[in-house]
Design a protein around this ligand. Structure first.
Ligand SMILES: NC(=O)c1ccc[n+]([C@@H]2O[C@H](COP(=O)([O-])OP(=O)(O)OC[C@H]3O[C@@H](n4cnc5c(N)ncnc54)[C@H](O)[C@@H]3O)[C@@H](O)[C@H]2O)c1
Ligand SMILES: O=c1ccn([C@@H]2O[C@H](COP(=O)(O)OP(=O)(O)O[C@H]3O[C@H](CO)[C@@H](O)[C@H](O)[C@H]3O)[C@@H](O)[C@H]2O)c(=O)[nH]1
Length: 339
């Protein structure tokens, strides 16, 4: 049985990926400092899978703690989710973001090399293409100039990982560029649980529908898009989790391999509201508000490379994303905090 170290495995995408890894027969060791997650996710993972991951409460920037993890467990590969992800917060706290996302990745990689582990799957983002890239984004495009420290931290980490691969041919790294993951596990037991008022569209819609927030503000309806609202490539978080399992197979080839993980379809903010209402029957009151600084009008993936090289495609429908989001939100109105 292969054992995967999952940093940030208590978080939103990490927890769904841990479920898919356990189901696929991997052993899992989670390292998470719980800065944006809750221990209550662990028994829920065990309920879904019938088995539990090992959990280590540690920070990936803590070199001695990471050395201890590699000494205690025979790790075959690492999936590195641990990072901070709020775009607006990163503009206010750039050093905290670079320190966590860039320095954290460097400490992890050094610990891996010291332990003789050279297979890594890295959580990157569509934002690395930068604001000027033509749509759809394709992996052959150069990294752009992301406009936020968060986006820049992901692009910097990718550059460092590319340099590592040049320095030592034992490294095999997949940089997975996620588009907009939404939805929840179909069990309704785990899902996205942002602290405070959500920044992202889907959890905001879900909190309006469950009565925790009064109305959605749609940030701009005067973009040059079919209905004037921004378009994004929303994919089901379980499809994304499966993409991580598939990408582990790509780690047989040395070097840095970038993959877009998205559906290839752009969906507008208004279409998201309509789809949620149609699937759940819950009204989502909204108002049109000014544009949000830094938002791009529209972007989506060319996901052909993942299909060809990973045999992966985002197959779950928008309807399923909405139904699963609502099952999670309505069954857990206070997220994991109620436990
Ligand atoms: N959710 C998205 O829309 C999205 C899009 C593109 C990329 N990503 C990236 O994917 C990864 C996972 O995102 P998510 O949505 O699951 O976020 P999340 O905040 O739910 O999960 C991140 C996890 O990492 C942990 N963590 C953060 N810093 C840590 C550190 N220094 N040491 C140990 N643990 C630490 C947090 O406690 C949390 O459990 C992040 O790197 C994020 O930047 C997310
Ligand atoms: O209350 C809200 C929240 C969002 N939006 C709009 O909804 C769309 C999607 O916004 P959001 O869910 O915040 O996603 P993005 O801004 O596309 O950013 C996400 O997707 C990027 C690409 O993967 C990642 O880099 C980011 O971390 C992640 O937050 C945008 O047009 C927003 O203007 C609203 O109208 N109202």
């Amino acid at each position: 049985m292969k054992t995967i170290l999952v940093t940030g495995g208590a978080g939103y995408i990490g927890s769904h990926t841990v479920v898919e890894l356990l189901k696929a027969g991997y052993g899992v060791v989670i390292v998470d400092n719980l800065v944006n997650s809750n221990l209550a996710v662990l028994p829920r993972i065990e309920t879904i899978c019938g088995k539990a991951p090992v959990f280590v409460n540690a920070d990936v920037r803590d070199a001695s703690a990471m050395a201890a993890v590699f000494a205690a467990h025979a790790i075959d590969a690492v999936i590195h989710f641990a990072g901070l992800k709020a775009v607006g917060e990163s503009v206010e706290q750039p050093i905290r973001y670079y320190e966590n996302n860039v320095h954290g990745t460097m400490v992890l990689c050094q610990a891996m090399a010291d332990a003789g582990v050279f297979k890594l799957v890295f959580s990157s983002s569509a934002t690395v293409y930068g604001p000027d890239a033509p749509v759809p984004y394709v992996e052959t495009m150069a990294l752009g100039q992301p406009s936020s420290p968060y986006g820049a931290s992901k692009a910097m980490a990718e550059r460092i990982l590319a340099d590592l691969c040049v320095s030592d041919s034992r490294w095999a790294i997949a940089a997975l560029r996620y588009f907009n993951p939404i939805g929840a596990h179909e069990s309704g037991l785990i899902g996205e649980d942002p602290k405070g008022i959500p920044n992202n569209l889907m959890p905001f819609i879900a909190r309006v529908a469950v009565g925790k927030l009064a109305e959605l503000a749609i940030f701009g309806n005067d973009y040059d898009t079919p209905d004037g609202t921004c378009q994004r490539d929303y994919l089901h978080v379980v499809d994304l989790a499966e993409g991580h399992c598939q990408s582990l197979l790509a780690l047989e080839k040395p070097g840095l391999h970038a993959f877009n993980l998205g559906t290839g379809q752009g969906v507008s903010v208004l279409d998201m509201v309509k789809a949620f209402e149609a699937v759940t029957g819950q009204p989502v009151p909204y108002k049109i508000a000014p544009r949000r600084s830094g938002d791009l009008p529209a972007f989506w993936a060319n996901a052909d490379k993942a299909k060809q090289e990973l045999d992966w495609a985002a197959g779950r429908s928008l309807e399923q994303m909405m139904a699963d989001t609502w099952r999670w939100q309505s069954g857990n109105p206070d997220g994991f905090a109620q436990e």
